[in-house]
Design a protein around this ligand. Structure first.
Ligand SMILES: C[S@@+](CC[C@H](N)C(=O)[O-])C[C@H]1O[C@@H](n2cnc3c(N)ncnc32)[C@H](O)[C@@H]1O
Length: 306
């Protein structure tokens, strides 16, 4: 993974948001919502999501090759960083709309856009991916409809892709990117990690979600009537010696740690095993020979013109 100019800034933002998180955790009792979004929206988790964007966005944009698209829809837009990146990548100033279910993510996305002086680039709207909050005239009007790391958080990903297809105009493009958690590898092995990762994967089915949805992307596009479908992997790994490596490991630690309560409450691991394994990962990331192997599944397809 290439380093980039914004990396130091993002690391600082990461630690800033982590401190806010401690304050947040002290001042608010944790609550269980009926959302299936496993990671939650604490400031600490938002910091992880922000870091993930820095590590991944460049590679995603390279694969997407956005050009003259004038209307772009981003489903499950989270903190809106990739939503803004898509707006900046277009050759002509497009209309870009991010749809996000969670009020807290939306608030942070608007704050981020404002503090980057990029408010003009995007609009955000609250709504559910399974029932897009579009006006009648907006259906079938978007040139590009995108969703990344969203299908793994819904029980019926096919419904979301159908909604995306309905929002897309004839000749337009759907892009979906998501995880297949089965392909994640660390080497040399990190004590307890395999058990931790398996428990994390199982926490998805406890919520009714598919931890392997990445492998289904082409099928989902096909079922939604798309053609000219193309798939690839986007490398999302790193190794010791690169300036980004510890951030990659911290992202994985954050991912698993975010599912801690689901894992413990469902007796998938004991608390002490969980905590020891997380501590082992913090040690592991200091190894000079450590490598993290992962890739995100990515696919696109076009809506037929008739
Ligand atoms: C892992 S984040 C990814 C955010 C963004 N797409 C990115 O790649 O940075 C998943 C986002 O999807 C949102 N989400 C989950 N289920 C949703 C749904 N049914 N409708 C709309 N948003 C949803 C979550 O609130 C969260 O912000």
């Amino acid at each position: 993974m290439q380093d980039n100019g914004g990396f130091i800034y993002i690391i600082l933002a990461y630690y800033y948001l982590s401190i806010i998180s401690i304050i947040h955790n002290m001042s608010s009792a944790s609550h269980q919502s009926d959302s299936h979004y496993i990671h939650g929206t604490s400031p600490e988790e938002q910091a992880r999501l922000s870091l993930l964007n820095t590590l991944l966005n460049k590679a995603c944009l390279k694969e997407m090759k956005i050009r003259a698209e004038r209307r772009i829809l981003d489903i499950g837009s989270g903190l809106g960083q990739f939503t803004r990146s898509m707006a900046k990548a277009a050759s002509q100033k497009p209309y870009v709309l991010g749809i996000e279910r969670d009020q807290e993510q939306l608030r942070q996305a608007i704050d981020f856009a404002r503090s980057s002086n990029e408010e003009e680039l995007v609009s955000f709207r609250q709504g559910d991916a399974t029932q897009l909050p579009l006006q009648q005239e907006e259906w079938g009007s978007f040139d590009l409809v995108h969703a990344r790391f969203v299908l793994e958080h819904v029980r019926q990903p096919a419904n979301v892709v159908q909604q995306m297809a309905a929002a897309c105009k004839p000749g337009g493009r759907l892009v979906i990117a998501d995880d297949d958690h089965d392909i994640f590898r660390l080497y040399p092995e990190c004590p307890g990690f395999n058990e931790l990762w398996q428990a994390y994967i199982r926490s998805y089915d406890r919520l009714g979600n598919d931890p392997y949805v990445g492998r289904r992307l082409v099928h989902l596009l096909h079922e939604a009537g798309m053609h000219k479908i193309r798939n690839t992997f986007i490398f999302f790994g790193d190794c010791a010696g690169n300036s980004t490596f510890e951030a990659f490991v911290d992202n994985i630690i954050g991912v698993v740690d975010g599912a801690r309560s689901v894992i413990i409450e469902n007796h998938l691991l004991t608390e002490s095993f969980f905590d020891q394994s997380i501590a082992a990962m913090h040690q592991w990331k200091k190894r000079k020979d450590a490598a993290l192997w992962y890739a995100m599944n990515w696919a696109e397809g076009y809506k037929p013109t008739e």
